[in-house]
Write a protein that binds this ligand. Sequence first.
Ligand code: RNT
Ligand code: ZN
Length: 430
Amino acid sequence: MSTTIFTTATPPSSIESAYKAAQERYAALGVDTEAALKRLATVHVSLHCWQGDDVGGFEKLGEALGGGLAATGNYPGKARTPNELRGDTVRALSLIPGKHRFNLHALYAETGGKRVDRNELLPEHFQGWIDWSKEQGLGMDFNPSYFSHPKAADGLTLAHPDTGIRKFWIEHGIACRKIGGAIGAALGKTCVTNVWIPDGMKDLPIDRVAPRQRLTEALDEIFAVPVNRADNLDSVESKLFGIGSESYVVGSHEYYLGYAIARKKLLCLDTGHFHPTETIVDKISAVFSQLDEILLHVSRGIRWDSDHVVIVDDSLLAIAQELVRGNFLDRTHVGLDYFDASINRVAAWVIGARAMIKALLIALLEPIQLLRELENVGDFTARLAMLEELKTMPYAAIWDYYCLKQNVPVGPAWIGEVKQYETDVLSKRS
Ligand code: RNT
Ligand code: ZN
């Protein structure tokens, strides 16, 4: 097998001439490719730390991945330390065009070998991440970790009937919002702190009410502590079911939609958290009718919320189109959320992030004005015909040019770089 395509760079002159030709084709439709690329460069995708080590974290509590989450596969080379995870992330980011963000979970705290429980976490336990993010010019996002912990072993946290356990997790939520605030202040870039809890039941609950009441009270207590909104934004993430919570999830979509509207919080829509054939495409404009901002967890569920690596598929394209057509980009925080342990983890980040950015580019290259006009005059024939014609427009040439201008490998050339990193670094890990 010849793998030279993984290591051969396309000559810049051929990328530029292809770009010029494509630019003319788009101009004929009234699309300004330069403006599209400029807009694309302002979108910062939040790269999730947990793809780098299968949601392991560094607490070393000896707990298996909990909360009904599962990373399948045992591809060698996962990050074992914060420094390894940072190194892997830097390598991934060097292959992704644009400036991005880093999304950290509380269980990645650096406590210098000291056991610090989740309710006692402080900004100082994340100083290493903050310093590194600053050095890399990255914004940061944050997440309390309500899983992989003895006090979450029965699948209940903020909705737990036991007051003591509930109190512990409320304290964790407050601690994390303060950490989010410290992160945002230190970096001068607002941090989004997203609350997701696994709470639910495997089998038929008798009481669906009390757990939701307890959750509301717990969330209200967590959010009652003032944290500067310029430093930290709070978000809540719903889910349909998890492994072991198939019959009932306390924080369902309807629950959090109501909560986010009532309490002015961001709503996090995770693409894997709905029925298998249900997409979030039509929810975006619907929730924006009542909410100022949202967070996306872009994932790819297959048959269940299986958290596969994001690719440019129809549903990703449709999400990107909604964000652009609805003019929602400025009000949407785009994060990735998947964990595939069966392939090279650095490549998993790169594939997903490049797919997300590519989908946004394709959406930004639509002749929206023209499509809107066709719709407004009721010419649905031409609207549909145009949407089909757009599928063979030369956006690949624009994408290649963007990668070139952003100093990242064009086309499959990035694969060679990941393979080299695997040989030099990842394969040396036991
Ligand atoms: C779980 C949620 C949640 C997690 C991360 C690790 O189903 O999607 O966002 O994936 O917090
Ligand atoms: Zn998620």
